[in-house]
Design a protein around this ligand. Structure first.
Ligand code: FES
Length: 388
């Protein structure tokens, strides 16, 4: 291995497919303070952001390697004044471009400029169907503003894609959330149950739903699907803590997904910075080609040579790649363990216990002694201090 953390890939270079999906997390600044945000808990420790020229270079290099989809996210990507310029470049390079936004800052002037720039797709997040809960979960007053943005997205003839993260506080509103989506003319509704990384993991005891809540919500979704048919496509992503097998996270480590954090760190998934002992290369020092094919960080969990039992000899390893590395780390302390949501994992009982406790605390309306941590700079700094 060289000092730069580059080495020969474990798999031969010809067997490593190029990245298909480039996600640029332009900034970790965000006007919202969502309690389930997947950004790193310690985001406030490093406020560096790549320049416009550096982002353009990242997009160009990844496109040369083969990336076809480009997502602009954050934080809130609209906080970057150069977003329109980056969209123009993305389209010129031939990407399919997608803006992932809270809607805050999406004025008519900006959406018109983005349309002119050639932006293909906008994914708008809402936190709930009620103003009270939406504003509580984000610690802002943004519900009305988001509703206006939804109207603008329709006016500018974008396909309407709405994302709502689900958890204990809003699962019982699924009926109203779907109704709101229908009224807005949403074509694609993503109901994504919280994944417990970043701030979601910090607030897990507050967010974890009960089995009953999930079952009720899923039945409502299925009922709508049967009634409204193709008028709206509803994706309902069950939280993996409630499953018997893990998700094929990122479709495999270093397989198709390349995320670039605001400061230029290249990551195989948004949560990867939580993994200790990995030196994530920065695009300011290394080419995307070297990062993708030769960096230790991207090669670490490629293929199956790194696997331990039970994954090593599991017939399903080709399908789920041992699950999620970040979750294995968060729940077992070792990212090379099987993701413990898998019933074959020796630590699976701990996941079942977390779910059982969530159920019990809801039944007894037991209040949680740990306060909710909103995603704020102050909380980021105090949580990082605790961890160090
Ligand atoms: Fe990092 Fe699953 S979120 S590998």
């Amino acid at each position: 291995m060289s000092a730069a953390g580059l080495s020969e890939p474990i798999l031969s270079k010809s067997s490593i497919a190029p990245p298909l999906w480039l996600l640029v997390e332009l900034t970790y600044r965000c006007p919202l303070h969502c309690i389930f945000c997947y950004n790193p808990v310690n985001y406030a420790q490093n406020r560096d952001e790549l320049s416009t020229a550096q982002w353009v270079d990242v997009m160009r290099q990844a496109r040369t390697l083969g990336a076809a989809q480009l997502g602009f996210s954050g934080g809130e990507p609209l906080l970057r004044d150069d977003l329109e310029e980056l969209i123009v470049e993305g389209r010129r390079l031939g990407y399919y471009t997608n803006l992932i936004t809270s809607g805050v800052g999406l004025t008519e002037d900006r959406i018109a400029r983005m349309r002119d720039a050639g932006l293909d797709h906008i994914q708008l997040s809402f936190q709930d169907s009620t103003k009270e809960m939406n504003d509580f979960l984000t610690s802002t007053k943004t519900f009305d503003l988001k509703s206006r943005v939804a109207t603008l997205i329709k006016k500018y003839e974008y396909p309407m894609v709405l994302n709502v993260v689900l958890h204990r506080y809003n699962l019982d509103h699924v009926d109203r959330i779907i109704q709101m989506a229908l009224e807005m003319g949403v074509e694609y509704l993503e109901l994504a149950n919280t994944q417990y990384y970043g701030w979601g993991l910090v607030n897990r005891a507050h967010l974890m739903p009960s089995h009953e809540q999930l079952k009720r919500a899923e039945a409502i979704v299925n009922d709508y699907r049967a009634r409204v048919g193709n008028k709206i496509r509803i994706l309902f992503v069950v939280p993996d803590y409630f499953e018997e097998r893990p998700k094929a996270c990122m479709n495999g480590w270093g397989a198709v997904f390349l995320a670039i954090a605001a400061d230029g760190s290249a990551l195989p998934c948004h949560a990867a910075k939580s993994l200790p002992g990995l030196d994530f290369p920065n695009v300011a020092q290394h080419s995307i080609r070297d990062i993708w094919y030769h960096s230790d960080a991207f090669n670490k969990y490629r293929g199956d040579a790194w696997m331990k039992e039970p994954c090593k000899t599991c017939p399903e390893k080709e399908k789920d790649f041992g699950g999620c590395r970040c979750q294995a780390l968060a729940l077992t302390g070792d990212a090379a363990n099987a993701d413990p949501v898998c019933s074959k994992s020796p630590q699976h009982a701990e996941v079942q216990e977390i779910v059982r406790q969530a159920h019990q605390s809801q039944r007894s309306a037991q209040s949680n002694s740990q306060p909710i941590m909103f995603r704020t700079d102050a909380n980021s700094i105090s949580l990082s201090a605790k961890d160090s």
